[in-house]
Design a protein around this ligand. Sequence first.
Ligand SMILES: *Cc1c(COP(=O)(O)O)cnc(C)c1O
Length: 480
Amino acid sequence: MQYYSLAKQSPNVNFKTAAITGQAPDKGLYFPTTIPQFTKEQIEKFKTLDKASLAFEVMKPYVGGTIDDASLQQICAETINFDFPLVPITDTIYALELFHGPTLAFKDVGARFMSRCLGYFSKQIKAEKFAQSTKVEPEQIVETKDNIKNAISASKPTTVLVATSGDTGGAVANGFLGVEGVNVIILYPKGKVSPIQELQLTTCGQNITALEVEGSFDDCQAIVKDAFMDASLNAAYNLTSANSINVARWLPQQLYYFFAWQQWVAKYGDQIPMHIVVPSGNFGNICAGMMAKASGLPLGHFVAACNANNVVTRYLQTGNYEIHKAVATVSNAMDVGNPSNFVRIMEIMQNNFENLKQGLSSYSYDDVVTASTIHRVYKTNDYILDPHGAVAFLAAEQFIQEKLQTSSLQNVESETSNLRAIILETAHPVKFPEVVEAAIGQTIDIPVSVQFLLYKEKVAIPMGASFSEFKAWMLANARS
Ligand SMILES: *Cc1c(COP(=O)(O)O)cnc(C)c1O
């Protein structure tokens, strides 16, 4: 399996190179040269496979031999070692809860998979370098403590730089914590992440460093962008990014569509289509679901639920793709003005607008109706949505209603009983306490799994919103 750049100006690479470099040299996103096709027999077998084995079967073709099977099995098992329950909210709408991982958001899956892949490759590269320096074949290296120490000093450590508005940083910090040979530096905007998010970013220690930037998320992102272009930083560090354009973060997101489908067919068999509503910002998550479908998983229709940042919703209505500067909303993980993964969706749809409209719908909602929906669903259905899930819930209701209206009279009965959708609940409501607690009129319990954070001490390095200050700090650190 090879990957090509969607900008078409760079050579094809394997999974290892795509994962290490993130973006192609021509700034294009990597895309697999062929989408693996699972046979009917394989899909039938997937129905009852345990999660870890299923994850291995799905990821193996994409990894394309760059990770040995035993290691990939272990990476997959570690990546998905928590629950992905499909929980009914109403008679027709279900929540696929993706917030049972260590940082309470779906980004855990991508971050955990990517971190372990980079850890694997980093170890492999060091072994190769060490072998070159001592003229022995890599296979012959015995991993003694001394050998590893020498090898580590023989190469620059991989340093992941990431700017975050909240969820990404926590998932990446947690995913990379303790991964040998990889350091992580997280830039987050001071005072602009929620208390739980800040604790997730700043209490890891070890190979994770948090920089508290006196500025906005955009400032953090600008510093990271400048860093990737800077010659002296690139000479001192082996820099890489951990955002969703990296194939190692993007592709494993397919897994929970497989897990959802397993639960769906166990309940409904093959007859009732599983329509899927995904709260979308950068469109990496929904694009992964569409890949799963393109590889043969029998999924229903896809719906992208958006907040006021609705470039894709408008595109589907008008055929005009007009990007805007992001506006701030209560579902802030979707505040993206120019979704970077949308080019991948177009590639899956053979860059054909009619195909796109067949496979994808999109709706957009403002903050007022988002908050009132959190209130309504809590009162009516006793389910606490987070702001992103609330946007998805609204889209699911609208999708079902429009489908009912457009179906012909004689179909109504069967359509009515069969029309169901799942929404992806992408984060735990406790990560957005201000909005959710105001909407439901009470406080939310902090899940036991993250209560330990409350006893930890925040450690963050204060940093001005200036690239030169950041660069000076980085270079001083590299020498020490
Ligand atoms: C990142 C994120 C999203 C958006 O996912 P994309 O893959 O960028 O579309 C939605 N909800 C939450 C809670 C997130 O953290």
